[in-house]
Ligand binder design. Structure first.
Ligand code: IPM
Ligand code: MN
Length: 349
């Protein structure tokens, strides 16, 4: 089997620790299998600003483009807060450069962690939904943009094509799940949302056995905490998806557990935790490695079709959590490296 090329963007603050944990698990799970890979590391985010003066050097773009998948930990932090060409700009740029318009953010509550959710157990139990967030358009990228001392403008825009391609990703995903799609918008106020709704109404006719409902984003924010089990696949615009996915992630007890995948129509996909670089936890061996390890699990499943390896990782995670060898954010006392070592031990079955 051909060696898979994986581009590594290790990120800032807690980023490198998370990446190290994830790669240790990848190394262990692929031992004695025919899955072979090579890692190529590139500068990105704050470390790239320090090294070469910009968050997304062209070598990084070129390296990612020729990879089969990209693994990113997390970027940014107080050190670069005043940069105009910030790490966050680099993140938006790389999504754009790689054409990653579909961002998939799962919220699945692991049984053994139910009691760690901020919600009552009878509300959270059984929660398993996915947010499909549009990632390369909307208010994040719309023009004109103006930023003056006493005046500022952001613009939100969507084309029919941009809406249709993200709907396709979401509806296809629903076919492999509970066939229930919720389109989240603000169609009572925004023209772009009305275009989303009209487009979805038409598009959904090709999926007659899928239940489709339409919900305003404010109502959705409420329903996610009052009845999270209602949802299966949420499809929504860039900013709404950004906000709702943080809300959804914290239902699991900690942002530190949730991975994400970003995909375009072709080219490498990018896998990253949904949380940031956690500067206050950095270099203390405290960061929860789960979001990174589960990002790698997603990569094995989606980019490399290695269900076998991905399943071994997910079983090892469940076992490790059941044993209580977990970091402080989810109620344990283990360090990053202890939790990672336990997961690797549990890969053995
Ligand atoms: C995310 C982050 C980014 C976003 C920021 C860092 C630009 O919050 O990945 O959700 O808003 O997309
Ligand atoms: Mn966010």
């Amino acid at each position: 089997m051909e060696k898979k090329k994986i581009a590594i963007l290790q990120g800032d603050y807690s980023g490198p620790e998370m990446m190290q944990a994830g790669l240790a698990v990848l190394d262990a799970v692929s031992q004695n299998t025919d899955f072979e890979y090579e890692l190529n590391q590139y500068y990105f985010g704050g470390e790239a600003i320090d090294a070469v003066g910009e968050p997304l050097p062209k070598e990084t773009v070129a390296g990612c483009k020729k990879a089969d998948a990209v693994l990113l930990s997390a970027i940014g932090g107080p050190k670069w807060e005043k940069e105009t060409n910030s790490p966050e700009k680099g993140l938006l740029q790389i999504r754009n450069e790689l054409g990653l318009f579909a961002n998939i953010r799962p919220t699945k509550v692991i049984k053994a962690l139910e009691n760690h959710s901020p919600l009552k157990q009878d509300i959270i139990s059984g929660t398993d939904f996915v947010i499909v967030r549009e990632l390369t358009s909307g208010i994040y990228f719309g023009t004109p943009r103006v930023e003056e001392k006493d005046y500022a403008v952001d613009t939100t825009s969507y084309t029919l094509e941009e809406i249709t391609r993200i709907l396709k990703v979401g509806f296809e995903m629903a076919q492999r799940r509970k066939k229930h799609v919720t389109i989240v918008d603000k169609a009572n106020v925004l023209a772009t949302s009305r275009l989303w709704r009209k487009t979805a109404e038409k598009f959904s006719q090709d999926y007659p056995d899928t239940t489709v409902d339409y919900m305003y984003v404010d109502a959705t924010a409420m329903k996610i905490i009052t009845e999270p089990t209602f949802f299966d696949v949420i499809i929504t615009a860039n900013l709404f998806g950004d906000i709702l996915s943080d809300e959804a992630a914290v239902l699991t007890g900690s942002l530190g557990t949730i991975p994400s995948a970003s995909a375009g129509t072709k080219g490498p996909r990018l896998y990253e935790p949904i949380h940031g670089s956690a500067p206050t936890l950095a270099k203390q061996n405290k960061i929860n490695p789960l979001s990174m390890i589960q990002s790698i699990e997603l990569m094995l499943r989606d980019s490399f079709e290695r269900e076998d390896l991905a399943n071994r990782i997910s079983r090892a995670i469940v076992k490790t959590i059941a044993e209580g060898i977990i970091t402080a954010d989810i109620g344990g006392q283990a360090s990053t490296t202890e939790m990672t070592a336990a997961i690797i031990e549990n890969l053995k079955g």
